[in-house]
Ligand binder design. Structure first.
Ligand SMILES: Nc1ncnc2c1ncn2[C@@H]1O[C@H](COP(=O)(O)OP(=O)(O)OP(=O)(O)O)[C@@H](O)[C@H]1O
Length: 265
């Protein structure tokens, strides 16, 4: 304490094993991370390296086999009111209006939804006047905008995003990335994003954590130097391209050559 920044999340020695039919899977092995308050970080890595396991553990939805996760003084063992989450699918209940979907997490916690805040957020993401609509009346991008509002409605300190735009077309995805950056610059939440798109990770993040698989570990932390706000055109620059490729080749080289994986006979 006493510095210019303070840590929001501390992950120490996070380890998670799953018992699978084929044996024990080391999904996470001694993962350490300190995320500063207001920092935007991404976690990338090959498929199956443990990204989702890590994020769900931070969300309090998975129990670790070893290690700890702290938000300030609180150890995370179950969902925490100061941590909001966005999933790959918008997961809106089809029989509830957009506004009723947004207020569901508050209902479940038996707290009164802050209607003014929800109105303002809907307006902010371009969904002003859509609160009474049903999810099927909204496009995929609009549904994800609604799920951003749902995640931010209770004004959490930390926002976790699990590949939130993977199902959207490239154009809508760029638009959503721009929106996320704008909202982040305004509200300065601590954000942890999991994505398969290295370009998306670099575009949005202060730091990109690269994971390797089996066991799932952090293999590298990349500081992203680009100034904010970042225009979408940044993605067409040489510097951006080089950084993305550098991270991509790192991930590619981690994949064990065919026939040499541990499960191969
Ligand atoms: N419930 C489970 N039971 C057994 N093994 C599991 C379970 N959940 C995940 N795993 C295994 O743990 C490892 C990490 O999985 P995880 O889903 O966290 O990886 P990921 O990096 O998010 O993958 P992807 O990028 O493909 O979504 C994988 O090898 C996966 O097969």
């Amino acid at each position: 304490m006493g510095g210019h920044t303070h840590e929001a999340l501390r992950i120490s020695g996070a380890t998670k094993t799953y018992a699978a039919h084929s044996g024990v899977v080391h999904a996470l092995q001694d993962v350490d991370m300190i995320v500063e308050a207001g920092e935007f970080i991404s976690v990338v890595g090959p498929s199956g390296c443990g990204k989702t396991t890590l994020l769900w553990s931070i969300a309090g939805l998975h129990q670790l086999s070893g290690g700890r996760i702290h938000l300030g003084e609180d150890e995370i063992k179950q969902p925490h009111p100061s941590i909001g989450m966005m999933f790959q699918e918008a997961n809106l209940l089809p029989w509830r209006t957009i506004e009723q979907n947004i207020s569901l997490p508050s209902e479940l916690r038996r707290i009164r939804p802050d209607r003014d805040r929800v109105e303002a957020l809907l307006e902010r993401v371009g969904l002003g006047g859509f609160g009474e609509k049903m999810p099927r009346e909204l496009s995929g991008g609009m549904q994800q905008r609604a799920s951003i509002v749902r995640a931010l409605a209770s004004n959490p300190d930390v926002l976790l995003m699990d590949e939130p735009f993977g199902a959207l077309d490239a154009f809508t995805r760029d638009e959503m990335n721009k929106l996320v950056e704008e909202i982040w610059l305004e509200a300065r939440k601590t954000v942890i994003l999991i994505t398969h798109s290295i370009a998306e990770a670099v575009f949005l993040s202060d730091k990109v954590y690269v994971m390797s698989a089996r066991p799932g570990r952090i293999s590298r932390v990349v500081d992203v130097p680009f100034e904010r706000p970042r225009p979408l055109e940044l993605m067409e620059t040489r510097e951006f391209f080089d950084l993305v490729n550098d991270i991509k080749s790192d991930i590619k080289h981690q994949v064990p050559p065919a026939g040499r994986t541990t499960s191969a006979r």
